[in-house]
Design a protein around this ligand. Structure first.
Ligand code: C2E
Ligand code: CA
Ligand code: CA
Length: 781
């Protein structure tokens, strides 16, 4: 026994003001008070017995003693009644001290008995007193043990009084009794203190348990109320043990079914994927953390995360599992939403470029074949520019809808940006994607997209060109596939819009050549690879040389002569056309002023629709005329009908501005593309150039003849000159003459030729050597 610790414990119980000490005091005091009636009954009974046994003494002191005894018992009972119906939670230090005093007073009262009367009574009475005194000593000490100071004071007073009385008796035998007393009393005290210690330890551990329980219940209450979490517990057979309401809510499990539900089975039944994930993790018989489970019940998709560990009995056998389940639905949904946003095009809801790229890569990695369609809307830019962006957006949304309705569920539709869309056609089986199937789908899409759109009461023809490329199992180059589809798309656009084209390797070569030409074209002017050739224009009625058309030539150092039809298109697509066109204009004007061969002749320069769209074009023409000093009426700009497709109003405005400069405007290739006669009435062209194709048809007779004839008449009615292109045969010339065409140009006189060759031609012409090649000339004056 550690006495220091025991004394400190007793001191603390009596002196410290802490809640625990108060509680210990309260409990101990309560247990003593509860026994008060029995103790007082014993006291009064014993005191009465003594009064009876010692009645022959007839001592007033004895009666007085007895009265005091009764009074003390009454006071004690009074206190008992005060506390009887109360559960003492705590007791003050004063109350504990008062108990010590009460015990001491009682002990002093009993001590009077041997002190005053032991020596003077008979040995029989002495035996009675000693027996009763010993009994009262041990019973009292034990009864008061919860209050150690009271118990010790009580025992000490009893012992001291006994020893005093034995000594006072003066008989040798009493020394033996005293010896016994000295031995007996401390044992009583030690027993009392030990019992106090045990009781105190019990009180402390009980209050600690209560405190923990309170703490836990607060924690659990908070936990169940605040978080989207619940506790779960299952037995080894998987059956739920004590499922809380919250757990049932989280599991979407009717509470009535909970006791008969196996958690692993419930989860397996409703798991969206990996049905056995929970069972598997239990099999590992180890703690696990945040096991995600995606579940679906009655169409509601929700996400839970399970954390848990097995619990074991005292022999180490697993008795079940318990842990926490958290509802992660909102978090998962937010994540999915974010992912969707990163993967979808916000305007149409289709996949975006990034996502389809990834999807193609996945198909390739899985070793499957597939097909990719790239779709480009033909007239979207016009709609967007003329009707505004909101209509443009609505068009794109409608197109997306059409794509979706026309595609199979396994297809992935994406908007790559602007008016470009893509469809990835996936297949479940291995092997190549059948070309015929892909083509059929492309055809379906082309038809769906070519159907007119109805927007804000307007009927819009959108049209779409489609490029198709296949990838084979084993292919890994996503970018390569996109380039192929893009190449096919360009071919489709070139071939006239509104159709689909499947990629072929030859297109790849074309594409490479195109890329190379585009690259080389940027430096062709500086490298002096460009030159302007001239083709003479003849006055049909007089046979006189009246003008020359400047035609651009590119002599590539490695690839040789490149056809203007090829490189002009590349220049237009790559934006080089403005620079190139300005250079041609400058060359033509300078030549017209400085080359003797062109003296007195009109010069024609071809102008691309894209050049005309450039806001600075009029300024460029004006500046060129100024710097070269060419008289504006000698310059004719040849434009094609395509300038009116995108923005007719703007084109007309530009043309009027050019006309105001004094230059002449010719409508080139009339009769080929869009041939709307309405343009002719809207803008006063100086010249109408009848396309070569018409001349061929006119030569073959039939309706071509009639058409050319009526075009020529109409032009002359509108005050325009007509220039017939591609006149190769004298018969054609005769026909033109008969129809009344103004001018002609063609191989009949000369192919387009270099400035030197043209100079030679001119001098020959002027000397009249060209006479034989110009049959009409002889008839001219
Ligand atoms: P285009 O403006 O219609 O030019 C007439 C084309 O017909 C020229 O082809 C010319 O060589 C060809 N040609 C002339 N007479 C005959 C003939 O009797 N029979 C046949 N079969 N063909 C004949 P070229 O030089 O190959 O030019 C093709 C096109 O390239 C031109 O068609 C024009 O649209 C464009 N182009 C040429 N130079 C320029 C330029 O400087 N700027 C722009 N924007 N386009 C140009
Ligand atoms: Ca031309
Ligand atoms: Ca032409």
């Amino acid at each position: 026994m550690d006495y220091k610790q025991i004394w400190a414990g007793i001191r603390s119980m009596y002196e410290d003001e802490g809640a625990l000490e108060g509680k210990i005091r309260g409990e101990h005091l309560g247990s003593v008070i509860r026994l008060t009636p029995y103790a007082m009954a014993a006291n009064i009974g014993s005191a009465s017995l003594m009064l009876w046994a010692l009645q022959d003494l007839r001592s007033i002191g004895l009666y007085l003693w007895y009265t005091c005894m009764l009074a003390t018992a009454c006071v004690a009972m009074q206190r008992w009644r005060h506390y009887a119906h109360r559960q003492l939670q705590t007791a003050s230090r004063r109350a504990a001290r008062r108990a010590t005093w009460h015990a001491s007073i009682l002990a002093v009262l009993w001590a009077c008995l041997p002190v005053f009367w032991f020596a003077s009574v008979t040995s029989g009475q002495q035996l009675l007193i000693a027996t009763l005194f010993t009994g009262m000593l041990s019973a009292g000490t034990f009864l008061l043990s919860p209050l150690p100071r009271a118990s010790l004071c009580y025992a000490s007073i009893f012992t001291a009084a006994a020893l005093w009385a034995l000594w006072d008796a003066g008989e040798p035998i009493m020394a033996g009794v005293a010896g016994l007393m000295v031995f007996y009393a401390p044992i009583n005290m030690v027993g009392a203190i030990s019992s106090w210690r045990k009781a105190t330890a019990l009180i402390i551990s009980r209050s600690e348990a209560v405190r923990q329980e309170q703490l836990l219940s607060t924690v659990f209450r908070d936990f169940e109320q605040s978080a989207n979490e619940a506790l779960w517990e299952i037995r080894t057979n998987g059956m739920l043990a004590q499922a809380s309401a919250r757990l049932c809510t989280l599991l979407r499990l009717p509470p009535a079914h909970a006791p008969s539900t196996s958690l692993p089975e419930w989860l397996a039944q409703h798991a969206v994927r990996e049905n056995d994930a929970f069972s598997k993790i239990l099999d590992q018989q180890a703690p696990f953390h945040s096991l995600p489970m995606a579940l679906e019940i009655h169409g509601e998709r929700f996400h839970l995360a399970f954390t848990g560990k097995p619990f074991k009995d005292e022999w180490g056998h697993i008795r079940g599992w318990r842990g926490v389940v958290a509802d992660k639905t909102s978090i998962v949904q937010a994540q999915e939403q974010l992912e969707r946003l990163a993967h979808t095009d916000s305007l149409t809801g289709l996949a975006n470029r990034f996502f389809i790229h990834q999807a193609i890569a996945e198909e390739m990695q899985a070793g499957r074949g597939g097909a990719l369609l790239l779709i480009d809307l033909d007239y979207f830019k016009t709609v967007n520019d003329t009707l505004g962006h909101s209509v443009g957006d609505a068009v794109l949304q409608e197109i997306a809808k059409r794509l979706q309705t026309a595609s199979a569920p396994t297809h992935l539709m994406a908007r790559l940006g602007g008016d470009e869309f893509a469809v990835l056609m996936r297949q479940s089986r291995d092997g190549s994607y059948p070309l015929a199937l892909a083509q059929r789908q492309a055809q379906i899409l082309a038809e769906a997209l070519n159907r007119p759109l109805h927007m804000e009461g307007r009927r819009l023809r959108m049209g779409a060109s489609i490029g198709l490329a296949l990838f084979e199992p084993g292919d890994t180059d996503v970018d390569g596939l996109l380039v192929q589809a893009d190449t096919a798309l360009y071919v489709a656009k070139d071939a006239g819009r509104g159709r689909y084209v499947a990629y072929t390797p030859e297109m790849g070569e074309r594409n490479q050549r195109k890329a190379r030409l585009e690259n080389d074209l940027r430096e062709a002017i500086q490298r002096r690879e460009m030159s302007l050739h001239w083709q003479p224009q003849i006055d049909v009625s007089t046979g006189r040389l009246c003008g020359a058309e400047g035609l651009l030539r590119w002599q590539h150092p490695e690839l040789g002569a490149i056809a203007p039809t090829e490189f002009i298109q590349i220049a237009e697509q790559s934006g080089i056309i403005d620079t190139l066109g300005a250079w041609v204009l400058l060359q033509a004007c300078e030549a017209a002023v400085h080359q003797p061969a062109l003296a007195g002749l009109d010069v024609s320069v071809n102008v691309s629709a894209l050049q005309l769209r450039d806001a600075d074009f009029v300024t460029v023409v004006q500046a060129t005329l100024l710097t070269t000093g060419l008289a504006p009426h000698r310059l004719e700009l040849e434009i094609t009908e395509s300038v009116f497709i995108e923005d007719p109003a703007r084109a007309l405005q530009q043309l009027h501005a050019l006309r105001a400069l004094g230059v002449r405007i010719a409508l080139d290739d009339f009769g080929t593309g869009y041939s709307s006669l309405s343009y002719l009435s809207q803008f006063p062209f100086h010249t109408l150039k009848i396309d070569r194709a018409f001349m061929q048809k006119a030569g073959e007779h039939g309706c071509g003849h009639t058409i050319v004839k009526s075009i020529v008449r109409m032009a002359s009615d509108l005050g325009m000159r007509t220039v017939a292109e591609g006149v190769e045969a004298p018969e054609q010339l005769a026909l033109l003459c008969e129809m009344g065409a103004t001018q002609a140009q063609g191989y009949l006189w000369s192919r387009p030729c270099s400035a030197e060759a043209f100079a030679a031609l001119r001098s020959k012409w002027d000397q009249g050597t060209a006479e034989e090649r110009v049959p009409m000339r002889s008839e001219a004056p």
